[in-house]
Design a protein around this ligand. Structure first.
Ligand code: F6R
Length: 363
């Protein structure tokens, strides 16, 4: 009875527009709704993105970026792992690995253009003679591209870097296409399909869809006050990572992500730990429609173990379509979920003061 009343009270915050706006003061809801537009813009630009002249014998691609400026490239690496002609690594560190050199296409990705780790690694890449291209809204990275004469892909966006994931992923994908590194991929079409998948997600689970019809609002109620652990495999593993970071930055909560099949080789040993069972953890497993049978079997076996330890979980199957469209359906679902968790916790999803303080302290 008490639980039902609590759930109804919480649903009020999620469904009452005035209450929502009083918490979501900088309009993260609007930023999430902007995602399909970003993907369509990247699709329109994909035919004429600048590629460095020296990117002729590219043997690997490294994307340098942190946080919201790195995750888009992870999504691309995951979705096109089966069609990329060379390896793509996303590097979140100022140190550049020894193998980066003249045959490495280096993509420096920073929303602000001011991120220290990305700038340091970009300087190192220039010193190694690697072909470099920048993706940014401006800042020091844009200045560096003018000073050192490497191509700049700039985009306009206000708000938070993490809300620009459509620009990040779309421009990286466009660049890979222009550099001839994708086999049989219609880049613009891929991006439009992904945008359509996000549109469908927004219509089904968006802020104006009432709790009674909105499974994502329901999931937010289940996750509220618990540690969310998001588990996925293959091209959905970066989506699990995105969920984790959106829970951190939007809802201001701890969260974790893990990857299958690796989790079957270690994480499962923690399932019986008495402190973390039952009440405190909620596992969400992301699945793709049309997965190979072996993948499904593996996940089911792991979830059976979880069940035997009485830890609650839910499997979310992302609708069929291209790998990128599936991944973006997962992204918008997680972004909305993190927004609803923030509303339930009554915290403004947009500001990330601790990150800004850390950046100021370390600059
Ligand atoms: C904040 C966010 C952060 C930033 C990160 C790097 O919304 O998403 O994770 O992306 O601090 O900063 P930028 O993206 O400016 O290089």
């Amino acid at each position: 009875m008490r639980d039902t009343r609590l759930a109804a009270e919480r649903a009020g915050v999620l469904d009452d527009e005035a209450a929502r706006r009083s918490i979501d003061r900088s309009d993260m809801a609007g930023a999430i709704e902007g995602l399909p537009g970003q993907l369509r813009l990247a699709a329109d630009r994909s035919g004429d993105l600048p590629v460095p002249d020296r990117a002729v014998d590219v043997r690997e691609v490294i994307v340098l970026g942190m946080g919201g400026s790195a995750i888009g490239a992870d999504l691309v690496a995951g979705a096109f792992a089966d069609r990329l002609r060379v390896g793509l690594t996303v590097r979140r560190d100022p140190m550049l690995p020894a193998h980066v050199g003249r045959n490495t296409l280096v993509i420096a990705s920073s929303f602000s253009g001011q991120t220290e780790e990305t700038l340091t690694a970009t300087q190192a890449a220039l010193e190694r003679g690697a072909p470099v291209v920048a993706i940014t809204t401006g800042g020091r990275l844009a200045d560096l591209s003018r000073e050192r004469g490497f191509p700049l892909i700039s985009f306009e966006a206000s708000g938070q870097p993490r809300a620009a994931i459509g620009h990040g992923a779309g421009l990286v994908l466009g660049l890979l296409g222009r550099a001839g590194l994708l086999a049989e991929v219609e880049v613009a079409e891929e991006l439009r399909l992904a945008a359509a998948a996000v549109d469908r997600g927004l219509s089904a689970w968006g802020p104006t869809v009432a709790s009674a019809q909105n499974g994502v609002k329901g999931l937010a109620q289940l996750l509220h006050d618990r540690l969310a652990v998001v588990v996925a495999n293959d091209h959905l593993a970066p989506v699990a990572r995105r969920w984790k970071t959106q829970f951190n930055e939007n809802a201001k909560v701890w969260a974790a992500w893990d990857e299958l099949p690796e989790a079957a080789h270690n994480t499962v040993m923690g399932f019986g730990s008495p402190f973390w069972t039952g009440e405190r953890v909620f596992v969400v497993a992301l699945a793709g429609d049309g997965e190979p049978g072996r993948t499904v079997q593996r996940r089911e076996a792991v979830l059976e173990l979880l069940d035997s330890e009485r830890t609650p979980f839910e499997v979310i199957t992302l609708a069929a379509g291209s790998r990128l469209a599936q991944a973006f359906a997962g992204v918008v679902l997680g972004d909305l979920l993190s927004l609803y968790l923030a509303l339930l916790r009554r915290v403004d999803p947009t500001p990330v003061d601790a990150i800004a303080r850390l950046k100021a302290r370390l600059s």
